[in-house]
Unconditional design. Sequence first.
Lengths: 336, 338
Amino acid sequence: MPADASAEASHSLNSNLKASKEELLKYYRDMLLIRRFEEKAGQLYGMGHIGGFCHLYIGQEAVVVGVEAVKRKGDQVITGYRDHGHMLACGMDPKGVMAELTGREGGYSKGKGGSMHMFSKEEEFYGGHGIVGAQVPLGVGLAFANRYREEKKVSFTYFGDGASNQGQIFEAMNMAQLWKLPAVFVIENNQYAMGTSVTRSHSETHLYRRGASFGIPGVEVDGMDVLAVREAARDAVEHARSGEGPFILEMKTYRYRGHSMSDPAKYRSREEVDEVRAHNDPIKRCEQRIIDADFADATALKTIDKEIKEIVLKSADFAMKSPEPALAELYTDVVI
Amino acid sequence: MARMTMIEAIRDAMDVVMSVNENVVVFGEDVGYFGGVFRCTQSLQEKHGKHRCFDAPINESGIVGTAIGMAVNGLRPCVEIQFADYMYPAYDQISQEASRIRYRSNGEFTVPMTVRMPTGGGIFGGQTHSQSPEALFTHICGIKTVVPSNPYDAKGLLIAAIEDDDPVIFLEPKRLYNGPFDGHHDRPIIPWSKHPLGETPDGHYTVPLGKAVIRRVGQDVTVLAYGTMVHVAEAATEETGVDAEIIDLRTLAPLDLDTIEESVRKTGRCVVVHEATRTSGYGAELSAIVQENCFYALEAPVTRVTGWDTPYPHAQEWAYFPGPARVGAALKRVMEAS
Ligand SMILES: Cc1ncc(C[n+]2csc(CCOP(=O)(O)OP(=O)(O)O)c2C)c(N)n1
Ligand SMILES: [Mg+2]
């Protein structure tokens, strides 16, 4: 693939991209789980059951689900603070994630980490990091360890458009290419970093070119189409796994909700958000593919939605019933 | 004269200096167009122009580093780090460049830069949005460290900081932005509009750097506090009935040793309070200074009340926060010691 192969993000479905019935239905289900989970988290927040920072992934579901489709068991994932979708996609238990949001003992970090700070060794999920950009060198380190042990594993490092300006990202990219590490950088370009748009903060707005001066190939991807994501990720991971070094995927995507839970959203218009929701929604687009291919009808999709809602309700119920961590818990896992 | 929140007072300070000194520029993440995540720079871009109040990319090291360059070349930058927890990439620039340039250049160059950062917890921010890193700054020689506890001081200190010829770290306790939070998280907060220290004069005035103030005159024990803990100490004093003299340090470096010494010599007891973790916290320095300077006047060991030596947890935030109950217990303990 040429280093500069940029594909125009388009709302129409690329009919060259194909997937089996099982695959498409799985992607649909996985994206819907994230959407419904996040909607529930938003509700619980509104009711005061979740406090502090909580960044919802609604609108970006196709990115993580499409990448997950090419991940092999043992590959690692690391991301920033908009992390619930990544955890669910890697197979972490919705109950444990929701209970972390409510700050309860049953949460992945026993309630001490909160929305932005969770991990799972079992699912090779290396966090949830609240400091913008901090996870990126760590992702390169994960890749180094894979190569050191001569394992054919790849690390996937996610970060945002805003994060792509942090100095340490450039340091990490240079090292990754210098040492030809099996690292895939997934830039989730949802066009805003809090209240600041890409055009107000980036001298070069094509973020797939972030690695150009290091010779790292990159492509722009329609991040609202799960199959487009999957295809691009397949190429990237092949490149990385075969020892060619890192690869950058710039996912053009969009976040529907505010940055966090308190966001006056004065930096963009309602119409802009409504336009994406109506015409470029990743779940609707997947649904369209399913219907077009006659893989399922509306009733079958409704049944899936019902099942998903049930899972989410159970996670919320668990998250409300799990007790607060004991006070003594504050002092565990602190090295003094 | 107007009643202001601490946010408005901080904004007003920048507005005032920008109006009288064209060398002052204000920038940081979401600071220009958006007006800051806590709204501290709202409308400054409209009023003073995009060339004087503007957005920076998310790169704290770049923000502070370029501000230092601007400062040595004749400007007076006042930059915002969105939360103090995000300052670490900039710490290199603060500790190695900003603080050293005067010394290195034989005083030929100085760095008139102010770095504002919201600090402290109590807003459910968890481990990456609640830190109190003041001791990391006071440990560096060559910079000044300021922590206001109310709108009046915030405005006057910030104007003084921006007009100062040396680098100033200006820590804003975010839990105080809207009112004098005293640690009683289960009660509604009194807004600054109902508090005398919300009274903020119009226009230009300064509160001198390096001068503490006595918030409450008392005879029995001296409490050394700053930021949010000033209000917590006031609540604890009221609730225990201990006649404490509460000193609001306002500037941690340079420290107003005279005010501290005079008070401790009078009371013979001293409690040091801060929200930051205990070990190597600023309280350790205060405690050592009191011991070195007032040893023969002391009737009880100098006592510290601080955050625990753990990261700020997401759950059990109020068990971490050193509220009035913990401060009150220390006051009583110190009074009982003899
Ligand atoms: C070092 C650091 N600086 C600033 C912040 C505050 N902050 C949190 S998220 C964010 C915007 C990041 O935007 P982007 O990378 O595009 O990710 P998105 O929120 O869009 O997913 C900022 C400025 C932080 N958490 N860490
Ligand atoms: Mg973004």
